[in-house]
Design a protein around this ligand. Structure first.
Ligand code: RM4
Ligand code: MN
Length: 388
């Protein structure tokens, strides 16, 4: 049996990072449905992230996306976050929205475009110096739509050169998280399409470079927990971008599409003793909320991750290892499923009450009047969103 006190402690210590862009408007290729009360400024996004933390107690940091969250004074923004009880987390670069990047950013055939994109990565490290952020998260939309469009191998050289410059600019306590994505926006070949490519570049770069697994960025049926366990064994798993997918990069709430997969991922984390913040994995969300209310959707996502984690912590590992060693296939599977099938909601309610929180974060959020307040206050100005 798992030690219940240790389980509660681990759940209390868990940390999940929210993404500033999830609080802003977003949409599909077809339509952005604007919502009332959506933030207009980075400060308002931070206030919303702090609200998620206030009700969940496990979301003490918010990731920024540059230039969406560009401000004149990042130290001031950091102080603003601290006043609201949270801190600024990973700095995300954006080298996918300028006209210049039509044929790629750091892998573009034009050296001037590559220079511009690489300078943006360096600028992001300057920002990290001011915000005190540890993580530079890199996602490149670079790729090709047609065979022969550009030289696959040369593009890897260009990528490696840009990554090297960014890596060499990192301070002692800073690191690169290199994300991968199978396809989209490029449809024939993506320059960082999978964990193997990301891993190889990270190994080449050095110890301060690790892989970021975005759960939405795989082919259907991919065994993501295998990737998790492999990268953990290599000491190269730096972060998650959690979200849910049914078909492609759907960016739905974490744990909504496949809670069992989330459990299997979290089991590998628990198995490696990698849950505690001191281990260094940044458990981030990367989602957008196009038709549902944003703040409660983010609270729900955080709770879904907590539930998957609680189940993973409840796995009777002694019994599981014994069954595995004995080659008892059915018993091993049933030990794992026992934990998965446990209703952990009462346990999480206890954990929250012990932490001085409301046991039901969504109900508490609804009662708080926050939503009504932001709808009333945030009038005029331009709402934040993908393009802004
Ligand atoms: C990408 C990728 C990145 C995120 C952007 C908004 O698909 O997942 O992590 O920063 O979307
Ligand atoms: Mn992502």
């Amino acid at each position: 049996m798992a030690d219940l006190n240790a389980v509660k402690q681990a759940l209390r210590a868990q940390q999940i990072e929210t993404p500033s862009w999830a609080f802003g408007n977003s949409g599909t290729r077809f339509k952005v449905f604007a919502q009332a009360g959506v933030p207009r400024t980075p400060e308002e996004k931070i206030a919303d992230a702090a609200t998620v933390h206030r009700f969940t107690g496990v979301a003490p940091s918010v990731a920024l996306h540059i230039p969406w969250d560009r401000v004149a004074d990042y130290a001031k923004l950091s102080a603003f976050a601290a006043e609201h009880g949270i801190r600024l987390g990973a700095i995300n670069t954006n080298v996918f929205q300028d006209d210049d990047y039509k044929l790629g950013s750091v892998t573009n055939p034009d050296p001037a475009v590559r220079r511009k994109a690489t300078d943006h990565l360096l600028e992001a490290v300057d920002i990290m110096d001011q915000t005190g952020s540890r993580d530079l998260k890199l996602w490149f939309s670079d790729g090709l739509n047609y065979p022969g469009q550009d030289d696959l191998r040369t593009r890897q050289d260009r990528l490696a050169a840009a990554l090297r410059e960014a890596y060499d600019r990192l301070g002692d306590d800073q690191r690169i998280l290199l994300e991968y994505k199978l396809f989209e926006p490029a449809f024939y070949a993506t320059d960082v399409p999978d964990w193997g490519t990301s891993y190889a570049h990270c190994v080449e770069l050095g110890p301060k470079a690790t892989v970021c697994i975005d759960t939405g960025h795989h082919a259907p049926g991919t065994n993501i927990e295998f990737i998790v366990s492999f990268l953990l064994r290599q000491g190269k798993l730096g972060a998650f971008d959690f979200n849910s997918r049914f078909y492609a990069d759907d960016d739905l709430m974490a744990g909504a599409a496949d809670p069992f997969q989330l459990f299997r991922i979290m089991y590998e984390i628990v198995r490696a003793d990698a849950l505690s913040p001191s281990y260094g994995i940044n458990f981030m969300l990367d989602q957008c909320h196009n038709i549902e209310a944003k703040i409660p959707a983010i609270i729900r996502s955080v709770m879904n991750i907590q539930e998957a984690t609680a189940k993973a912590l409840l796995v009777d590992r002694d019994a599981l290892f014994a069954a595995q060693a004995a080659g008892d296939v059915l018993e091993a599977n049933s030990v794992l499923m026992d934990a998965y099938n446990t209703d952990v909601r009462p346990l999480l309610r206890d954990v929250r009450v012990d932490a001085g929180l409301d046991p039901d974060p969504i109900a508490a959020y609804k009662r708080s009047g926050y939503q009504e307040r932001i709808v009333a206050d945030r009038v005029g100005g331009e709402q934040a969103g993908w393009g802004a």
